[in-house]
Structure formats: structure tokens, C-alpha cells
Design a protein around this ligand. Structure first.
Ligand code: NDP
Length: 323
């Protein structure tokens, strides 16, 4: 089969298409014909060695497709079933061996593209608004990179829960998408000198209840300065680079605020939690309340371009690789 392999840590150019043997599903695994693989920021961190990896490896964590063979002991999934996954390295490939306990069933009302587009990024948006800083209505929140993969889903989910979303984006096209997803206010953060002052102006000087920050290095200080007293900074990514060490005293000076750095994998820790969370997201896709925007589809051979576009801020919504 064809797959995208990383032989050494580095830039997008290290993504190489190779011919390798088809994987063999082990005990508790199923073999899947991949319909679409998801491109996620974590793939770029792994490729660069920010998250150390055993080399060589086949890239990609996420995908959806149809089961073509069963490993030993698999009884709850059948050949022909549609499944999706977000924690199986080796997903930029024509076939993947997926552990059943890390897979979710894809309902009939959810097409393959949306099944991938809503899984890793959708479950991330979901835990952010249900667990990390639960929204129940009436809150004002800041959502950075609101036209991105997570950003568009997070903006929709926060708005649907009754929060007023102040979104940040870099371009006019992205502004339109953020507004379409429900953002009440949009700030082009690349064009303002003082982002926190702009947020304060939109909140009558009070600040936001929570800032969901996936950009990291370049937005962290402004996010902290945008919070109301006892608000929460939810730092969940580092698209612009990692945030330097923070003196806890800064949380005191900012108004007894909270800082957290959550990750998805701690919120889909058991098969039950994974499937419950995925089902909640997929049901919103199926009933039309959650729109999954596929920003671009790339053939496997263009994995490098996909990473360049993602890190070059040229993308919106979800990026897919199709074998
Ligand atoms: P996005 O589609 O959101 O792409 C990243 C966006 O970040 C860009 O489009 C850009 O939007 C913005 N950005 C701002 N500054 C920069 C910069 N210097 N370089 C690149 N991008 C920049 O990606 P994803 O939806 O895949 O992921 C979003 C973030 O969420 C990532 O940081 C990722 O690590 C994190 N994440 C965290 C998870 C967790 O469990 N904690 C799980 C999933 C994702 P604009 O042009 O509008 O500024």
C-alpha cells in the first residue's frame, strides 16, 4: 500500500510517500480501508520532533473508513462496518490497523469526510465547552483562530450553548467564516496593536469569562490580560509556538485567574468516554446543528503541501488526505 512516512524529524519536506506492506491486524484490531485521513496540528508537532517519535513512522493519527478484516478476538465490529479513529499513528495511508477500543462507529447520517472532520477537532471543542470551562449560557468567551479546524467547531458549540463569542482571525475570509459559525464579534488580531484592550472594549471593561487559546506564544499575554477577575485561560495549543515559563504570580496580578493546559487524550481516556463524546458530536452533525467545513482535500502525495498550508495559516476548517 501507499503511505506517508517520516524518516527523520524536520520540515514538511520529510513527509515521503512510500510503498510498504499492508498492515496485519493484531489481536483486538481491525484492518480498515481508509476513506479519508485527518490532518491535525499534532501531526506537525510530531513531524518536527516537538513530540519525540520513534523513527521511521507513518504519519497521521486520524481517519475514517470501512473495516476489511478482523484481528483475533474481535467480536463487536464486523467486516463492512464504518468506523473512525483519532489515536492511531499510521493513518496517512491506504490501510490502517486500528485497535477496536480506540475506534468509534460512524452513524449512517454522517459521511466519511464529516466523520473525520468532526472527530479529533470536534471532540476537542466538545471537552473544552463541556468539561474544561463548561458553558451553560450567558458567558462571554474569547476564541482564537476561530476559522480553523477546532476554531469553527468551538465557535459553533460555544454559541449553541448560549455564550457570546469574541473571535480572532487573520483575514477577511476567515472573519466571514467565524461570523457564520456564530461569533458575535470578530477581531482581526493581526491588525490591532492591543488585542486585550480591544477585548475589554467589547466587554464594557470587564473582560471575558474564558479565553480558549490555541495559538500560544503570540496570544498568551493578551489572553491573560483579556480575562475578567477569576476568569480562566484555557491554553490548548501552540500554533505560533510554545509559551515560555509562566510565573504563578501573574495569575494573581491578572485578577485571581485560572490557567489550564488540557489535552484531548485525557478526555477520551476510556472507550466508553471516547464513544460517548464522539456520539454527542456525531449526533449534532447528523441533525444538522454542527456544520463541518472541509477546507481542502489533498491526495496522499500532497501531504507536504497540506502541512505547509496548515502551518502557513492558509487554511480554514478541516484538511483531509485521501488515498
Ligand atoms: P487550525 O486549523 O486552527 O490552524 C491553526 C490556525 O492558527 C491558523 O489557521 C491561524 O489562524 C492560527 N495561527 C495564529 N498564529 C499562527 C502562526 N504563527 N502559525 C500558524 N498558525 C497560526 O489548526 P487545528 O484546528 O488543527 O488546531 C488548532 C490548535 O488546536 C493547534 O494549536 C492544536 O495544537 C490545538 N489542538 C489541541 C488539542 C488538545 O487536545 N489540546 C487537540 C486538537 C488541536 P489565523 O490565520 O486566523 O490566525
Amino acid at each position: 500500500m501507499r503511505a506517508v512516512q517520516v524518516n527523520e524529524a524536520g520540515g514538511p519536506e520529510v513527509l515521503t510517500v512510500v510503498d510498504v506492506d499492508d498492515p496485519t491486524p493484531g489481536a483486538g484490531e481491525v484492518l480498515v480501508d481508509v476513506a479519508a485521513a485527518g490532518v491535525n496540528y499534532i501531526d506537525t508537532y510530531q513531524r518536527q520532533g516537538i513530540y519525540p517519535m520513534d523513527l521511521p513512522y507513518i504519519a497521521g493519527m486520524e481517519g475514517a473508513g470501512r473495516v476489511s478484516a478482523l484481528g483475533e478476538g474481535v467480536t463487536d465490529v464486523a467486516v463492512g462496518d464504518r468506523i473512525a479513529w483519532s489515536e492511531t499513528l499510521g493513518s496517512y495511508a491506504e490501510k490502517v490497523a486500528v485497535p477496536v477500543d480506540k475506534s468509534v462507529p460512524v452513524p449512517d447520517g454522517v459521511p466519511d469526510d464529516a466523520a473525520v472532520g468532526a472527530l479529533l477537532q470536534g471532540m476537542t471543542a466538545h471537552f473544552l465547552v463541556t468539561d474544561t470551562f463548561p458553558l451553560g449560557g450567558g458567558e462571554t468567551v474569547l476564541v482564537h483562530a476561530a476559522a480553523g479546524g477546532v476554531g469553527l467547531l468551538l465557535t459553533q458549540m460555544a454559541s449553541a450553548r448560549g455564550a457570546r463569542v469574541i473571535a480572532t482571525v487573520s483575514t477577511a475570509e476567515k472573519e466571514q467564516l467565524a461570523r457564520g459559525a456564530g461569533a458575535a464579534e470578530v477581531i482581526r488580531y493581526t491588525e490591532v496593536d492591543d488585542l486585550a484592550a480591544a477585548v475589554r472594549e467589547l466587554t464594557g471593561g470587564t473582560g471575558v469569562d474564558a479565553a480558549y487559546d490555541s495559538v500560544g506564544k503570540t496570544t498568551f499575554d493578551a489572553s491573560l490580560a483579556s480575562l475578567r477577575k477569576r476568569g480562566m485561560l484555557v491554553l490548548y495549543g501552540a500554533a505560533s509556538g510554545p509559551v515560555p515559563a509562566v510565573d504563578p504570580q501573574r495569575l494573581n496580578s491578572a485578577g485571581s485567574v485560572f490557567l489550564t493546559r488540557p489535552k484531548l487524550f485525557d478526555h477520551i481516556d476510556t472507550t466508553e468516554e471516547l464513544r460517548t463524546r464522539a456520539a454527542a458530536v456525531y449526533s449534532a452533525v447528523a441533525d444538522g446543528t454542527l456544520d463541518v467545513r472541509i477546507g481542502h482535500r489533498y491526495p496522499l502525495e500532497q501531504a507536504r503541501t497540506a502541512h505547509e498550508d496548515l502551518q502557513g495559516r492558509r487554511t480554514t476548517g478541516k484538511l483531509l488526505l485521501t488515498p
